[in-house]
Write a protein that binds this ligand. Structure first.
Ligand SMILES: NC(=O)c1ccc[n+]([C@@H]2O[C@H](COP(=O)([O-])OP(=O)(O)OC[C@H]3O[C@@H](n4cnc5c(N)ncnc54)[C@H](OP(=O)(O)O)[C@@H]3O)[C@@H](O)[C@H]2O)c1
Length: 278
């Protein structure tokens, strides 16, 4: 069994795929490097159009933070590096305002090489303070998606959208961001924000990274506003899983575009739709 090994040479290749200068399928790589190409290639590719991918890091019991709000390092070190790699492969990272207020994330790429994405916060009612970490200047674009008239600091762009029952249509958010020149997007959380895009059928991929710890209580990973009543109605996406070292990633293809973007997966032991890569 081989885990994912993101060596410098395979990461260079993946960044070249992102910039359209190389393909993700050719070359001499080890099985573990090839697993890295299979995991990151579908997000890096630009030839099939922009990709919308969501990633959530959670514990064995499905929590993304403690009940008191401590969300630091739910993911292990390899899960964190994975998140930074995803950031480096997209044009923009989207979070909900609750994550911005709880975690004070920078949303920069620090654990691998690659460009910093635009930082986007969905803040319908203007709760995010001007001095929020995520709005700090630092080279990357900063965008607030809001439904109220609220000025923002110089350099922070506003995507103004209509509110209905305090909600904005995720499809309008996506279209608005694309109209602002952003292509591939990472929806980084929290669960409410990811759930909105998932239920609207707007995600091409969903990645759930599971770390081996049990928290016992606290916010759930994915949260649906309209959960199914019967297991027969549950969403069962085509899923591959990858061993990163400290964490396991479930990589789910949700749209037709995502299935096409999947690179050839090593066929092993006649496994079905879930294929063990590590
Ligand atoms: N482990 C991880 O991977 C990870 C990642 C991110 C966050 N987290 C944790 O997750 C928790 C926060 O997540 P959460 O699910 O509670 O909240 P969240 O998704 O961060 O933010 C939700 C809020 O964003 C706004 N929002 C999002 N989509 C919207 C839409 N379509 N229309 C209107 N408003 C929208 C709303 O703001 P209003 O409330 O103003 O209406 C909504 O309540 C924190 O504990 C954080 O530490 C963990």
């Amino acid at each position: 069994m081989h885990g994912v090994d993101v060596t410098p040479r395979v990461w260079d290749r993946i960044l070249s795929v992102r910039s359209g200068q190389a393909c993700a399928c050719c070359g001499r790589f080890t099985a573990a490097e090839r697993a890295a190409l299979e995991l990151y290639g579908p997000v890096a590719r630009r030839d099939l159009g922009p990709v919308t991918v969501a990633q959530i890091g959670q514990s064995l019991d499905g929590r993304v933070a403690t009940a008191s709000g401590d969300a630091r390092d739910v993911s292990g070190p390899d899960g964190l590096a994975h998140l930074h790699r995803l950031r480096a492969l997209v044009d923009g990272v989207v979070i909900g305002v609750r994550t911005a207020l709880h975690d004070h994330p920078r949303l920069t790429v620090r654990l691998c090489s690659g460009p910093n994405p635009a930082r986007i916060v969905i803040d319908p009612c203007g709760r995010l303070p001007d001095e929020a970490t995520v709005l700090a200047a630092g080279g990357a674009r900063r965008i607030v998606v809001q439904g109220v008239d609220r000025p923002r600091p110089l350099g922070v762009e506003i995507l103004h959208l209509p509110l209905r029952d305090r909600r904005m249509d995720p499809a309008q958010i996506l279209t608005g961001l694309r109209d602002m020149g952003l292509g591939s997007l990472l929806i980084e959380g929290g669960g409410l924000t990811i759930g909105g895009f998932l239920e609207a059928g707007l995600l091409d991929r969903l990645q759930v990274s599971v770390a081996p710890l049990i928290i016992g209580a606290g916010p759930q990973g994915l949260t649906s506003r309209a959960p199914v009543q019967h297991l027969s109605d549950a969403l069962r996406p085509e899923t591959r899983f990858f061993g990163l070292g400290s964490d396991i990633v479930f990589d789910c293809a949700l749209g037709p575009q995502a299935s096409r973007a999947m690179l050839p997966v090593h066929k092993r032991d006649g496994l079905g739709p879930i294929t063990a890569v590590s």
